[in-house]
Write a protein that binds this ligand. Structure first.
Ligand code: HEM
Length: 162
């Protein structure tokens, strides 16, 4: 009789743990492991919009980049606030934020600009300077550089030395 009760209790405990205990344990583990999105770690849309604005302020008038005639010509007819709007939405979306990017694809947008490796490197240098100015931590800086870097193959079409 006693051992029958024991077996019943063991089975009941097993069912209770299975139904309630286990999900709680799983929930606790995943809460600890899931890291906030890059968007949230950067502080959301307000700080992101300031970083993008500062980046546009240095990248659009940059003399080295504007030595490229196609880039320079485009600067004359594509307004900086338009670029800023699209880049903000793009960074917001790519970092896990709620803003949808509705601009054109990177390949289509940059195809006629003949952007070189050296121009790419210049843009990355300017971007890093802006991130440093805003004290973006090393890990978040690297994640942002990785996001920007993932577009390189669509943007740089002229190899160095060509
Ligand atoms: C050396 C690097 C780059 C240069 C010189 C450059 C230059 C330009 C120029 C001149 C335009 C206007 C094109 C036109 O409509 O005539 C443009 C558009 C744009 N660029 Fe870049 N770009 C560079 C890299 C990047 C990167 C790394 C990103 C994002 C990760 C980016 C995002 C955009 C976006 C979102 C637009 C607007 C797209 C649209 O019109 O819908 N660009 N860029």
């Amino acid at each position: 009789m006693f051992s029958h009760k024991m077996r019943f209790c063991t089975a009941l405990c097993f069912v209770v743990v299975l139904l309630f205990g286990a999900p709680v344990v799983v929930a606790q583990t995943s809460e600890e492991e899931v890291q906030p999105s890059l968007y949230n770690r950067l502080g959301g849309l307000a700080p992101i919009s300031v970083v993008v604005s500062d980046f546009i302020d240095v990248v659009v008038p940059d003399p080295f980049l504007n030595e490229n005639p196609a880039v320079n010509a485009s600067r004359a007819h594509v307004p900086a606030p338009y670029l800023q709007y699209h880049l903000t939405a793009m960074v917001c979306q790519a970092t896990g934020g709620p803003c949808p990017y509705h601009g054109r694809g990177m390949s289509e947008t940059h195809a006629q600009l003949n952007i070189t490796e050296q121009e790419w490197d210049r843009m990355v240098t300017l971007f890093k300077e802006v991130l440093a100015k805003h004290n973006i931590p090393a890990m978040e800086t690297q994640e942002l550089l990785d996001i920007v870097g993932s577009t390189k193959a669509d943007i740089v079409i002229v190899g160095s030395g060509e």
